[in-house]
Ligand binder design. Structure first.
Ligand SMILES: C=C(O[C@@H]1C=C(C(=O)O)C=C[C@H]1O)C(=O)O
Length: 451
């Protein structure tokens, strides 16, 4: 008998939920000796997720104990309702860090219809994996999730045995090599798109819009996404890393620097991250770029719009809000202006409510939002899919953390499609913005090409 047959699939079409949904989830955890996350994620062909934060939490999830999907403009409300049903009555036998969480994300646009390379990626989809391996500080935990305690216990035993047989180190190897690349946006088209946006800005219809491009990379061999992420960790240790693998589609992955929100209890942390210059070849050149960005009226305006919008979007939900001092965020290949923002929530809120209020911030959308969305839709000839959208997790308490799905790509067979964009404001120069976009393709492109 398939003991997992009672586990749940909640689809947006399901007006009334099947009886199995009344069965609460059960989970059990056990502490592990260290284990290679790459080996866990390769262990079989069940669906997989990986989530890792700059502060050292790493989680790999395998299989599906419960799935939540939702489409259309009501997607956030539907997700929240289903999240409550899925987690209602959850019994977790283990430490908090190893508790079941739902991992996934949303598409940038709410009217998203999946087309290649985004086949299988709905407008919103989260899964509670059947098995989680969680590493935080010095501890590693294995958690099994099921619909009844016996199945959870069996699963925990089986995976404990299985992990014992896996290597604790996994070589991170070389990239697959790049055969050729194709752009969705030619240089001429880009210049025309930026100039159209500048005209709208000149007419006062728009203050800022983030325009993006896609770069489709054909590889010399198959790409190993976990291995690529492991190499990205070494070059970009202060970034998030994520992988969302669909059974019936591609693997979306990336190493974004930008936090959309982290919520624990009534505390919320977010940030404005906007304004970009390259790293310099020497410490002096590096500082000169940073100083130029800090002292530039144009960069400060571009950044200030994001901080202001976040403050306004959070105001109805938060009882107090602190905007910290602006700093320079230095990554291996780029530097950004960054302003950390913290708030205390006014009432009992689900992290998805904060995500809904914030997405898209003008770091990836624009101001005013409606004119920016219209400009993006008119200009862009490719599907953003889940690029620049919220990617992360939430738990039974409504806590969670989301990154912005940047410095990312979707792998399908021997192709990886990369996405990157840049903020256009009055005084933006199409050539400089082109260079900024190319720089933002580099993190993943360099790893694919690194042989
Ligand atoms: C849009 C991207 O990055 C965003 C836009 C930035 C900018 O315009 O300066 C900087 C950081 C991100 O918020 C991207 O990486 O694709």
């Amino acid at each position: 008998m398939d003991r997992s047959s009672g586990e749940r699939r909640l689809a947006s079409e399901s007006g009334s939920l099947p009886d199995a949904d009344a069965t609460p989830l059960v989970s059990a955890s056990r502490e592990l000796e260290d284990v290679s996350f790459g080996a866990v994620i390769d262990a079989d062909d069940e669906s997989r997720v990986l989530w890792s934060t700059p502060d050292g939490l790493e989680i790999v999830g395998r299989g599906v104990a419960a799935r939540l999907t939702a489409d259309g403009i009501e997607r956030f409300n539907r997700l929240r309702a289903r999240a409550n049903r899925i987690f209602d009555g959850l019994e977790h036998d283990g430490p908090r860090v190893a508790r079941p969480r739902a991992f996934g994300g949303l598409s940038f646009h709410d009217g998203h219809e999946p087309t290649p390379p985004w086949s299988g990626f709905r407008a919103a989809e989260f899964v509670v994996p059947r098995v989680l391996v969680v590493r935080s500080d010095a501890d590693t935990w294995l958690t099994a999730v099921a619909s009844d305690p016996e199945t959870a216990a069996d699963r925990l035993e089986r995976w404990t045995d299985r992990l014992r047989g896996l290597p604790t180190m996994r070589p991170s190897g070389d990239g697959p090599g790049v055969e050729s690349t194709r752009r969705t946006t030619s240089r001429e088209d880009w210049t025309a798109q930026v100039e159209t946006a500048l005209e709208r800005i000149g007419r006062g219809e728009l203050t800022k819009v983030v325009l993006a491009q896609a770069l489709s990379v054909d590889l010399e061999g198959p790409v190993d996404v976990p291995e690529t992420l492991e190499r990205l960790r070494r070059r970009y240790p202060n970034c998030y890393r994520f992988l969302i693998g669909r059974d019936d589609g591609g693997t979306f992955f990336g190493a974004p620097p930008e936090r959309l929100v982290a919520k624990r209890g009534d505390r919320v942390e977010t940030e404005a991250l906007a304004g970009s210059v390259p790293r310099g070849e020497t410490p002096e050149a590096d500082r000169a770029y940073a100083d130029e960005m800090r002292d530039s009226e144009k960069f400060q305006r571009e950044h200030g719009l994001v901080a202001d919008a976040i403050r306004e979007q959070l105001a109805p939900l938060a009882s107090d809000l602190t905007i910290d001092e602006q700093t320079i965020r230095r990554l291996a290949n780029i530097q950004h202006l960054q302003t950390p923002i913290e708030a205390t929530l006014g009432g009992d809120r689900h992290v998805l409510e904060i995500v809904e209020a914030l997405h898209p911030t003008p770091a990836v959308g624009g101001v005013p939002p409606a004119a920016a969305w219209e400009t993006i839709r008119d200009a862009e000839t490719f599907d953003r899919g889940w690029y620049a959208a919220p990617i992360g997790w939430f738990d039974a308490a409504g806590d969670g953390e989301f990154a912005v799905g940047l410095r990312s790509g979707i792998a399908t067979d021997r192709t990886v499609t990369l996405f990157a964009g840049s903020g256009i404001v009055a005084d933006s120069d199409p050539d400089e913005e082109w260079e900024e976009v190319q720089l933002k393709f580099r993190p993943i492109l360099d790893e694919l090409d690194d042989r």
